[in-house]
Design a protein around this ligand. Structure first.
Ligand code: ATP
Length: 358
């Protein structure tokens, strides 16, 4: 699928701005971003429920920009399941085939296969009101899949489910997408959901794509400060680049010299940048403790607090750079009592990320 230069205005509100994206067939792509960033509007333009003001949309060789929604061969699953309450599960799932004039015996066979796929075999005679929220959403998914759409469009489909159910339906959805090889686009503001499901994550803000890439690339090589802060937790500090050699940069960060390796974007000496370090990338050492300094940066700090969260101790550490304390996670702490006082923060050079300032 190709989105080429999509723009959408609602009155004076420019909600999607010159959006370009290539989506590989058979993959799961997530639009991730804060409320109001234009994710749903983009999805609705693909479905044909909204018309772009500029730009083209194509699936394979077929330009669908001017094709009405019902002829696009896309299927959408919504947050509210939108099942017909007076129809049985089987009738709901088979509805798309009925309106396409598919014969009763074939309909029956395909409904059974679709219900098996979402693990609801034997539930065909029930009514939606007799199912749990998770089961209803699986019915909605079966109803979308049964018409074998070119693209499955999912608009926050799990947000009405409680946390535990969300995770199990999410795993189910992942399995089904892999098994069917369907091209799927998923809208969410939940980073964990996006990462768990997607081949490609598209981070959006104010109608623009900030970064598109596989989850690990987005996490470890955020394109800018917005992406770094929106995706997980990150500690930031301003720094001045002193020397660059290939994918290695030396920087001055307050009084500390810092080296970053594995750079994925060009920077130059003299440039002011932002260093980003994830809480789990830092090792804390007490003063006097031998430091594992190989290929690592060592920064000074002082423990300001620690919260015991079971699987980890989350420290707040005052640092002499940046205006906010850093957050450091120590996993499997074994005790709720942690370090205190002056510490060294040891950060692998490869986990010292460099971003442009904007
Ligand atoms: P959310 O996660 O809250 O659904 P979103 O990223 O999906 O957010 P959109 O629903 O695409 O955002 O909305 C983008 C902007 O466009 C918002 O400011 C919203 O208020 C506005 N908007 C969306 N639909 C319409 C409409 N039909 N008429 C006018 N404004 C709209």
């Amino acid at each position: 699928m190709k989105l080429a230069g999509l723009d959408k205005w609602f009155g004076k509100n420019h909600v999607v701005r010159d959006l370009h994206l290539d989506i590989k067939p058979g993959t799961m792509t997530t639009f991730l971003g804060p409320s109001g960033c234009g994710k749903t509007t983009t999805l609705r333009m693909i479905a044909g429920f909204q018309e772009p003001d500029h730009g083209r949309i194509s699936i394979g060789d077929r330009d669908i920009t001017d094709v009405p929604a019902y002829r696009r061969n896309t299927a959408m699953v919504f947050q509210e399941y939108a099942l017909f309450p007076h129809m049985t599960v089987a009738e709901n799932v088979g509805y798309g085939l009925l309106v396409r004039g598919i014969r009763a015996d074939e309909r029956k066979r395909r409904v059974r296969a679709a219900l098996e796929l979402v693990e609801l075999d034997g539930m065909g005679d029930r009514f939606p009101g007799q199912l749990s929220g998770g089961q209803q959403q699986r019915v909605a998914l079966a109803r979308a899949l049964i018409v074998e759409p070119d693209a499955l469009l999912l608009d926050e489909p799990l947000s009405n489910l409680d946390a535990k159910l969300r995770e199990s339906v999410r795993m189910e959805l992942h399995r089904i997408q892999r098994r069917t090889g369907i091209t799927a686009i998923y809208v969410t503001h939940d980073q964990e959901e996006a990462f768990a499901l997607s081949d490609e994550v598209v981070v959006m803000s104010e109608g623009r794509i900030q970064q598109a890439g596989p989850p690990d690339e987005v996490y470890y090589h955020p394109a800018n400060r917005f992406v770094a802060e929106f995706v997980g937790t990150i500690n930031l500090a301003p720094a001045l680049v002193t020397e660059v050699s290939g994918s290695v940069a030396a920087m001055q960060c307050a009084s500390a010299e810092v080296v970053a390796t594995g750079l994925t974007r060009p920077i130059r000496a003299g440039q002011t940048v932002v260093i980003g370090v994830r809480p789990e990338s830092v090792q804390l050492c007490s003063v006097g403790e031998p430091l594992p300094t190989e290929d690592a940066n060592v920064l000074p700090g002082r423990i300001a607090g620690a919260a015991f969260l079971g699987h980890k101790l989350r420290y707040t550490v005052e640092v002499p750079f940046g205006s906010t304390p850093w957050v450091v996670d120590q996993f499997d702490p074994g005790s709720s009592v942690g370090l205190s006082g002056e510490v060294s923060l040891v950060v692998p050079r490869l986990r010292t990320h460099v971003m442009s300032e904007e």
